[in-house]
Design a binder for this molecule. Structure first.
Ligand SMILES: [Zn+2]
Length: 135
C-alpha cells in the first residue's frame, strides 16, 4: 500500500472525491453499466486518474466495446497502470490500478482489438477527461 507515490488516508480521499468515485477507486466498487459519464464519450483528449491526476488513457485508444464502460486498447504509457490478479466474485480477472496512487480503475481482458488484443474496461468514476488543446 505504501509503495504508491501518492498516499492519503481514506478521510482525505473521501473529502476530495464524490461518494461514487470514492467507493470505486478506494474500495474497488464497480459502477453500473451505461451509467458512467464516459462510456459514450468520444471527444479527443486524455483521461486522467480522478484521484491523483496522472494521465492514464488517450481518446485515440478508446473504442466502443458495447459493455457500458469506457474501454481502451492500451494505457497511455507502459507501466502507468498496475495489474493485480483479482479472485473476487468467483472469477479470476486482472484488476488495473493507477500506478501512482493505487486507485482501482477497472479490469483488463484479452478480447480487445488488434494490435494489443487487450480491452481495458474502466469505470468512468475513476477517470477525469481533459480535452485536447484546440479540439
Ligand atoms: Zn492515481
Amino acid at each position: 500500500m505504501s509503495s504508491y507515490k501518492v498516499n492519503k488516508p481514506d478521510a482525505e480521499w473521501r473529502a476530495q472525491l464524490d461518494a461514487t468515485q470514492f467507493e470505486v477507486t478506494r474500495h474497488a466498487a464497480t459502477e453500473r453499466a451505461f451509467t458512467g459519464k464516459y462510456w459514450d464519450h468520444w471527444q479527443a483528449g486524455t483521461y486522467a486518474c480522478v484521484c491523483c491526476g496522472e494521465p492514464l488513457f488517450d481518446s485515440a485508444t478508446k473504442f466502443d466495446a458495447g459493455c457500458g464502460w469506457p474501454s481502451y486498447s492500451e494505457a497511455l504509457k507502459a507501466g502507468i497502470v498496475e495489474r493485480v490478479v483479482d479472485r473476487s466474485h468467483g472469477m479470476v480477472r486482472v484488476e488495473v490500478r493507477c500506478q501512482s496512487c493505487g486507485a482501482h480503475l477497472g479490469h483488463v481482458f484479452d478480447d480487445g482489438p488488434e494490435p494489443t488484443g487487450e480491452r481495458f474496461c474502466i469505470n468512468s468514476a475513476s477517470i477525469d477527461f481533459q480535452p485536447r488543446n484546440g479540439s
